[in-house]
Write a protein that binds this ligand. Structure first.
Ligand code: FES
Length: 155
């Protein structure tokens, strides 16, 4: 009798976490506290569930969101080393945002365009047949665009 009610509780918790992330882009500490009170759970219980499912983030998303597909086709086509190079370049792990708030990095499941593997999504734009050189060029373009935007604002 205990298992189904625990399953229902976990299911309700995941649903609440998804709604919060959908609305805010991440799960803030205040939301964890609020959920703990509402559901009569400890904050540790909430973190335990939320961190088990890798798609929840606990820091605000960056200005630019970089998503790396880790589905089977992308993984096999070099997605893992691409993720590793991007992690190194940005200085953050998946699920984190750079200190300056410019980039956030995420690993995502199959995006449904496996023929283009390995696939990355940067600011909602899909980039197929991705490699480190293309990724690097993309970052240079984004940085350049941001600098121009900043200069434009300061005039
Ligand atoms: S595995 Fe990456 S798009 Fe399908």
């Amino acid at each position: 009798m205990l298992e189904p009610s625990r399953e229902a509780l976990v299911s309700e918790l995941i649903s609440s976490l998804q709604k919060i992330q959908l609305r805010l882009g991440y799960i803030p500490q205040e939301a964890i506290q609020w959920l703990a009170e509402e559901m009569h759970l400890s904050e540790q219980d909430i973190y335990g569930v939320a961190t088990f499912y890798k798609n929840f983030r606990f820091t605000p998303p960056g200005k630019h969101q970089v998503k790396m597909c880790m589905g089977t086709a992308c993984f096999v086509q070099g997605g893992e080393s691409l993720l590793s190079a991007t992690t190194e370049r940005l200085g953050v792990e998946p699920g984190e945002t750079t200190e300056d708030g410019r980039y956030s990095l995420e690993r995502v499941a199959c995006l449904g365009c496996c023929a283009l593997a390995p696939v990355s999504v940067v600011d909602e734009e899909i980039h197929g047949k991705m490699n480190q050189r293309k990724m690097s060029r993309l970052f240079v373009q984004i940085d350049k665009k941001d600098r121009e935007e900043k200069r434009g604002k300061s005039k």
